[in-house]
Write a new protein. Structure first.
Length: 501
């Protein structure tokens, strides 16, 4: 039997990919937050609310017609090339139909929200769906084969152009159209770049049997996509309809700032863990080990960010966004809790998908949607916009307790191990928030900007020190790094290669 020499072990590729993913996310989110701050200074909450209505309309159609082909292609173990043309063709047909639908429903959406200015925005923004549909489907290999250096180029190119176009247009137009032009420019750039960085050239195909086969897996992702949309965007519909575009602008800005830092960490990790779980689905002990370490890394990184956003929300808003955005601060602080819950829950989805059980996600999300539907109106009547935020957090908390049960059952994990992973960062972040709160009550006479960054640095130092005590001095668990998580599958991956020899 001839030995096959592997130039670069897959475990090495996983580690390398992990750093590309995090680098990409850090740069992309830095551009996003900077863009958000600049545009918030130039534009009004009403402008952001107008875009929010257009985006909710577009996302409604997108999510209710989601194919789930991308996840199905990543999850497949065998060669996927024969499926690509069918999936690309269905995507173009779907995008064209959605663009036409958006054009004709735009007037009715504007009437529903009682905002006539939304009509042309909805019609124009629909072209972003078509741009995404024509994107080279060959880029699916970047995730499937863990080539995230190329994924980095693909994502960042669009983000950079979006930033430049949106900010430039905002300075010239000072209207919501700056946001629209930025979005379209970013998607158009990714479309062009996709054909430069991957050699695959998709063709139109009439073999819809392959698409039907992919939809066997994707149908659960369709259900999951619809439910996630209703959970994450249903409150936007509610706020936009009852409170108008300006309040929707406040709510969406609070949502983005409070959730983006925490959930982006999870999404970055998930890009690696989904294909990794797929490769480990037959080895439960190794799967359990990787999941717990992934959860630990997620909580260690996302909890302190959430804590800083919570305690520094008034300072951040006043310094960077301006006084006109201050009414959203309490909502932002409540939604930080939702961001924490989402960051934990989002570690579960890739595991279920990697195991070929996406229906678990769908069922949990359905339960969350039912709870939100029950809670949102009475909470709104009692506390207004803040009440909507409370309803979102409570529904997510209750529903996602079910995911803990399923994880414990599937991975055969001891419940105390799961709880311990969450407890350490929770205690550390509580001490951090309390410390910053005490400092804020004593210092008022230094530069506001200087104090903001000083509090942030002190908070991170306190959190790191307390966490170190737990892991080191008290010998609770083991210290963990991103590299350790990504290399924890080394044995299984090398074992897979040995089978080829």
């Amino acid at each position: 039997m001839t030995e096959i020499v592997i130039e670069k072990p897959l475990s090495h590729l996983v580690v390398k990919s992990g750093f590309w993913v995090f680098g990409s996310r850090v740069i992309e989110r830095s551009f996003y937050i900077t863009r958000l701050i600049i545009l918030a200074r130039i534009l009004d909450p009403h402008d952001f609310g107008l875009l929010g209505i257009a985006m909710v309309t577009m996302l409604t159609l997108e999510n209710f017609s989601q194919t789930g082909f991308q996840a199905a292609l990543i999850q497949k173990k065998e060669n996927i090339e024969e499926y690509l043309n069918s999936a690309w063709t269905v995507g173009i047909i779907r995008g064209s139909i959605l663009l036409i639908i958006l054009y004709f429903v735009a007037p009715y959406v504007a009437i529903f929200f009682k905002i006539p200015q939304a009509e042309p925005i909805i019609r124009v923004i629909g072209f972003s769906i078509l741009l995404q549909a024509f994107t080279n489907i060959g880029i699916i290999y970047f995730q499937k084969e863990l080539e995230f250096n190329k994924q980095f180029i693909y994502q960042i190119s669009g983000t950079l152009i979006d930033f430049v176009v949106a900010v430039s247009a905002a300075l010239l137009l000072r209207s919501v159209w700056a946001l629209v032009f930025g979005l379209l420019a970013g998607n158009a750039t990714r479309l062009v770049v996709s054909y430069f960085i991957h050699p695959y050239r998709p063709r139109l195909s009439s073999d819809f049997g392959k698409a039907k086969e992919l939809f066997g897996f994707g149908k659960w992702l369709l259900g999951s996509s619809i439910l996630v949309f209703l959970i994450t965007q249903g409150d936007d519909f509610f706020v936009g309809k009852l409170l108008g575009a300006t309040m929707l602008g406040f709510y969406q800005m609070a949502y983005k700032i409070s959730n983006t830092p925490t959930t982006e960490i999870t999404h970055a990790i998930s890009q690696i863990t989904f294909p990794t779980y797929s490769k480990l689905q037959e080895n439960i002990s190794k799967l359990r080990e990787v999941y717990l370490k992934t959860l630990q890394l997620t909580t260690l990184l996302s909890f302190p960010l959430a804590g800083l956003i919570f305690i520094l929300a008034p300072d951040f808003t006043k310094i960077f966004l301006g006084e006109k955005w201050m009414p959203m601060v309490p909502v932002m602080q409540v939604l930080v809790l939702f961001g924490i819950i989402r960051s934990i829950a989002a570690t579960v989805g890739p595991l279920f998908q990697g195991l070929g059980k996406p229906q678990f996600n769908t069922k949990l999300q359905f339960a969350q949607l039912i709870l939100l539907s029950i809670l949102i109106y009475p909470f709104y009547v009692r506390w207004g916009l803040l009440g909507v935020s409370f309803a979102v957090v409570l529904a997510a908390l209750i529903a996602n307790l079910g995911s803990v049960y399923l994880i414990v059952k599937i991975t055969r994990c001891e419940i105390h191990n799961f709880i311990r992973v969450l407890t350490i960062p929770l205690i550390s972040v509580a001490i951090m928030v309390l410390s910053i709160s005490i400092l804020k009550s004593h210092y008022h006479y230094v530069s506001r900007i200087l104090l903001f960054f000083l509090y942030a640095v002190i908070g991170i130092w306190i959190y790191s020190f307390i966490t170190y005590l737990f892991f080191g001095y008290f010998s609770i668990g083991t210290q963990i790094t991103l590299k350790e998580i990504l290399t924890s599958i080394r044995y299984m991956l090398n074992h897979r290669h040995q089978k080829l020899s």
